[in-house]
Design a protein around this ligand. Structure first.
Ligand code: NAP
Length: 288
């Protein structure tokens, strides 16, 4: 697609930005739906972020995907914020309104739950879920599960205070019971769990494996990992071997981009096998 004076331009902003798959994702859909649009990566230094955000609407951009480490900055500049972003405390999608003000959304939670639904069509939000981790991604996962109707969520994290902060921050926004347990107790709760989610960075290329013996986990439980490099983490490989259904992290990355594409370019884009293949190839080529 050639860029002309009429092309609608969105950006992805982060620091660093070279690892971002947003240009690939949006580029694929722009080609597929023959839309005159573009998604450009902008690497912005943390020292310049507030100035850069202030100027984006003046440059005529229609919106921006926001990645690490700017999701809290994006929350600050958005006037109109959706419930997920408010509860999670982070914005990953900014849309420039007709009045040049930003609308902010968090679509990581949407991405997580849509991926579960696409990969495990029969999954129902009954039973309890165990979420491991208490970083930004874990916040989005816990909110997504609560919003989908999971009534009991157990949260464990190496640093327990961070898990307690997540539970405290999300509790007013959700109806679910969020119980924080010690990291050392993570295997003791497995027998009650129908969904297990790794939302830590353990299992990522270059990081240690998640230390977890799945012995007590019912084989009917679904195991999801939000790490997507590698795609088959040691946790997912073990879970699959013992007969659990598994969900890898790549779909979350793809699905979180859908609301932005729909809002900016007017089409709810399809998550195709071809798109997944392109991302897998890209991940292999960059080995991250
Ligand atoms: P983060 O804020 O840095 O949080 C990292 C989490 O991992 C914390 O809970 C941390 O525990 C835990 N952790 C790290 N090293 C550990 C260790 N040695 N033992 C036990 N726990 C450990 O990162 P994030 O932004 O939440 O991202 C987490 C992972 O999700 C990353 O791998 C990221 O690539 C992935 N992610 C995937 C998607 C997707 O679309 N699939 C989206 C976002 C993120 P402490 O609190 O104790 O340090």
């Amino acid at each position: 697609m050639n860029i002309t004076g009429k092309t609608r331009i969105a950006a992805v902003i982060g620091y660093p930005i070279r690892q971002s798959r947003s240009p690939l994702l949006h580029g694929y859909w722009l080609d597929r739906y023959k839309i005159d649009g573009a998604m450009i990566p902008l690497e912005i230094s943390p020292a310049d972020i507030d100035e850069a955000l202030a100027v984006l609407p003046k440059l005529g951009l229609i919106g921006a995907s926001v990645t690490i480490p700017f999701k809290e900055n994006a929350l600050q500049v958005a006037g109109d914020i959706d419930a997920a972003a408010r509860a999670i405390g982070a914005v990953n999608m900014l849309t420039v309104g007709a009045d040049r003000n930003f609308k902010g959304r968090n679509t990581d939670s949407f991405g997580f739950i849509e991926n579960i639904r696409q990969c495990q069509e029969s999954w129902q939000p009954d039973g309890s879920a165990l979420v491991m981790g208490a970083g930004g991604a874990a916040r989005a996962v816990v909110y997504a599960l609560a919003d989908a109707g999971v009534s009991d969520i157990v949260l464990v994290n190496r640093t327990k205070e961070k898990a307690e902060a997540v539970a405290r921050d999300l509790a007013p926004a959700v109806a679910s019971k969020i119980v924080v347990k010690d990291w050392a107790d993570r295997e003791n709760v497995l027998g009650e769990v129908s969904l297990l989610v790794n939302a830590t960075s353990l299992g990522m290329t270059g990081k240690p494996e998640l230390p977890l013996n799945l012995g007590r986990l019912p084989t009917r439980a679904v195991v999801a990992d939000i790490v997507y490099a590698p795609l088959m983490t040691p946790l997912l490989a073990t879970a699959q071997q013992r007969g659990n259904s598994i969900v890898d992290g790549l779909g979350m990355l793809i699905h979180q981009a859908r609301p932005a594409f729909k809002e900016w370019f007017g089409v709810d884009p399809e998550v195709t096998d071809e798109l997944r293949r392109k991302l897998v190839e890209d991940l292999k080529a960059s080995r991250d």
